[in-house]
Structure formats: C-alpha cells, structure tokens
Design a protein around this ligand. Structure first.
Ligand code: SAM
Length: 215
C-alpha cells in the first residue's frame, strides 16, 4: 500500500471515540467493552476498513475489531465509520506482532487477513502475516476451534501460505484459487483491494485454516 503521511493523523486517532487507546488494558475483558458475550472477530491489516465495517453491519450478533498499524490509513477508515451507526466494532492502531499482549488466550473467535502485504524477498519472509511467527501469535489468542481466513490476489504469497500454515501445525480446512467462482462467493464481503482486483478480472485466492488443538 502506498502511504502518504497525513498531518495530524496521530492526534486524530488519539482522540477518536472509535479507537481503543489502551488496548493492553482491555486484555481479558474485551466482552465487557462490547457489553455483551458475543464472539469477537478481528481483521489484521484492515486498511480503510470496508470489509470489517460491512461485517459489523451484516452481523450485529458478532463483535468486530479492526487492526491497522498506520495511523494515516486508519484515519480513512474512521472517516467512513463516522457515517455509520454501529455498536459492535472498535479499531486499534497497533502492529499485529503485539496481539498476544492485547488479547488473552482464547479471547478471539476468528481472524481475517485480507490482501496482506506480500513481502516477496526471502529475507522479509517473517513479516508476512501468514509466516510461522505470526501464526504462533494467532494461535495464542484464538479459541479452540478458531479459524484464520485469508484472501489474496498474490499467487506466490498464497502458495507460500498453503505450505507455511500446515508447517506451523494448522489444518487448511478449505481453499480455492478462484473465490468469486466458489461456494464461498455466496456470502463473500469484498475488501477495498478485492473490489479493485475483481474489477480488473483478477482471480482471488482464499483459504480457511483451523487453529491447532492443545496437546
Ligand atoms: N485489508 C485491506 C484490503 O483488503 O483492502 C487492506 C490491504 S493492504 C495491502 C494491507 C494493510 O495491512 C495495510 O494497510 C498495512 O498497513 C496493514 N498491515 C500490514 N502489516 C501489518 C501489521 N503487522 N500489523 C497491522 N497492520 C498491518
């Protein structure tokens, strides 16, 4: 994603009523923050947030948290958020590597990774959001039976993930190289990137991976 520094973005995020300012302080108490016992689902790298806000709108009986590390990107999402009447969504401006300090073990039901940065060079492989390092972070916060769902247009990153995820002990429950012509298309919610790639006729890959059981 091309990043443009937006002046005052950090200050706006710091005073936004839609952003949790001390997420570590909520660890183990996220359901209290939502004021209900509903399951919590997070999107890591939400960008401008079209996907997670549409999910929150569609599924009021589920709770959502959008995570984005860059304030200038999150700010775009907040502008959209202001126009919506949603009670089941919060945003965090944090890096995904810190998630186990923010969520207690088993606090999250599902994790969405959408069009994550591919980091094509081998020496950057650890930065890929489906690397063993990140899968371990997700294992720590997901409940037993929890899933990671991952969508991308990038065949190399997808192929890498089809190998790296099982190598981390996860089971690939299902996958497709053409999401929009698969059974998943029925209730698919598009992200910003997905809408752009789909309009160019690019096929989208998707996989769902099941968290390893505790031994
Ligand atoms: N998910 C959106 C979509 O599909 O339209 C945005 C995709 S964009 C290519 C990837 C986003 O992930 C960027 O906004 C980037 O800042 C964010 N991101 C990448 N690595 C991250 C990390 N470690 N923690 C949090 N956000 C991250």
């Amino acid at each position: 994603m091309r990043l443009r520094h937006i002046q005052g973005a950090e200050e706006k995020i710091a005073s936004s009523p839609y952003v949790v300012q001390d997420p570590e302080g909520e660890r183990g108490h996220w359901n209290q923050r939502f004021n209900n016992p509903h399951p919590i689902e997070i999107e890591v790298g939400m960008g401008k947030g079209r996907f997670i806000m549409e999910l929150a709108n569609r599924y009021p009986e589920r709770n959502f948290i959008g995570i984005e590390r860059y304030s200038s990107v999150l700010l775009r999402g907040l502008e959209k958020r202001e126009q919506l009447d949603l009670k089941n969504i919060w945003f965090l401006c944090v890096d995904a590597k810190d998630l186990s300090g923010i969520f207690e073990s088993g606090e999250v039901s599902k994790i969405y990774l959408n069009f994550s940065d591919p980091w094509p060079k081998d020496r950057h492989a650890k930065r890929r959001l489906t690397s063993p390092e990140f899968m371990e972070v997700y294992r720590q916060i997901l409940k037993e039976g929890g899933m990671v769902e991952f969508k991308t247009d990038n065949k190399e990153l997808f192929q890498y993930s089809l190998e790296s995820i099982p190598a981390s002990g996860w089971e690939i429950a299902s996958y497709t190289f053409d999401l929009h012509h698969s059974p998943w298309s029925v209730d698919n919610v598009m992200t910003e990137y997905e809408a752009k790639f789909a309009s160019e006729g690019k096929p989208i890959c998707k996989l769902a991976a099941l968290r390893p059981k505790e031994i």
